[in-house]
Ligand binder design. Structure first.
Ligand code: FES
Length: 293
């Protein structure tokens, strides 16, 4: 079995779920208010923030590992380790916020990812203390141990992103299956006022759910699978969120601006793919704007 196959096996193992669920609730209770949590998710950025923030600790710690191998450059290595320790705090907070809103398989691997990084952080703090006390040899042993653990934890994080699609836009994945043809969403008069309606778009081999919202004569249409975790947006609601009319997901409450599909409330950080609309003999026609997908 490949290493990544072992991770998949771990993601299917429920042994530690009794510990993971209270931890998830504790994270959700600690990361309040919602605006703070959305800041950590990257909702304001339209992109998950965690992969952006981790660049600093990963980069500084890796560079420190190289500089530690060259004796005259060791003071610079110590400065980089300190920078990485400080930068690891917001990176960990944003990761915890995302982790608390993921499915159970991602949460299981995420718990191991977090534990590995926490121990690595502890080793780096210990390394700084040892270096401050003039015990440079011990400091280097601890920091190289931290680098090894952080690298392993990063590999698990990569598996969560690439194999488990945590942080990926599930709406973009669904949009990729849509053809570029105009889709007949039926007569305007059949659409309910101010409520999401389900329509089907033609995909390459399967129909793709769309969500269509009518407000007076205005119609907005989006891919029906929520960008966060594929929740059915056509079963959601239309609400005012932070001053804008939004489509709200029934699963975790993400809110997408009806005007442009940008997330206005998390946990979603990715926008919702929006279709362009034209009216044809009283019928609503929709299609994805032309672009490479
Ligand atoms: S699936 Fe999580 S907010 Fe939509």
């Amino acid at each position: 079995m490949s290493l990544m196959g072992i991770l998949d096996r771990v993601a299917d193992t429920a042994t530690f779920d009794k510990a993971i669920e209270p931890a998830r609730r504790a994270v959700q209770a600690a990361l309040k208010p919602q605006t703070f949590k959305d800041l950590l998710h990257g909702t304001w950025l339209g992109h998950p923030l965690h992969p952006v923030l981790v660049q600093l600790p990963v980069g500084t710690w890796t560079s420190a590992g190289l500089l530690d191998a060259i004796p005259p450059l060791r003071p610079a290595a110590t400065a980089l380790i300190g920078t990485g320790v400080v930068a690891a705090v917001p990176a960990a907070l944003s990761g915890a916020a995302d982790w608390s809103e993921q499915g159970i398989g991602v949460r299981r691997l995420g718990a191991i990812h977090a534990m590995g990084n926490t121990v690595a952080l502890g080793l780096y703090v210990g390394s700084l203390v040892a270096r401050a006390k003039g015990r440079g040899g011990l400091g280097r042993v601890l920091s190289y141990g931290g680098l090894g653990l952080a690298t392993g934890a990063a590999a698990i994080g990569g598996h969560m992103s690439y194999a488990q699609s945590s942080g990926a836009s599930h709406a973009a994945t669904a949009a990729r299956a849509l053809s570029s043809d105009w889709i007949d969403c039926g007569p305007l008069d059949d659409l309910p006022e101010g409520r999401p309606a389900l329509r089907k778009g033609q995909g390459a081999s399967v129909d793709v759910p769309l969500v269509v919202v009518r407000r007076g004569t205005r119609v907005d249409a989006f891919v029906g699978a929520c960008s966060h975790l594929s929740g059915p947006l056509y079963e959601g609601t239309v609400q005012q969120v932070r001053g804008t009319d939004c489509l709200v997901c029934p699963w975790h409450g993400s809110a997408f601006d009806l005007d442009d599909g940008q997330p206005r409330r998390g946990p979603a950080a990715n926008p919702q793919d929006k279709l362009e609309i034209r009216m044809q003999a009283g019928r609503v026609m929709a299609r994805l704007p032309g672009r490479d997908r």
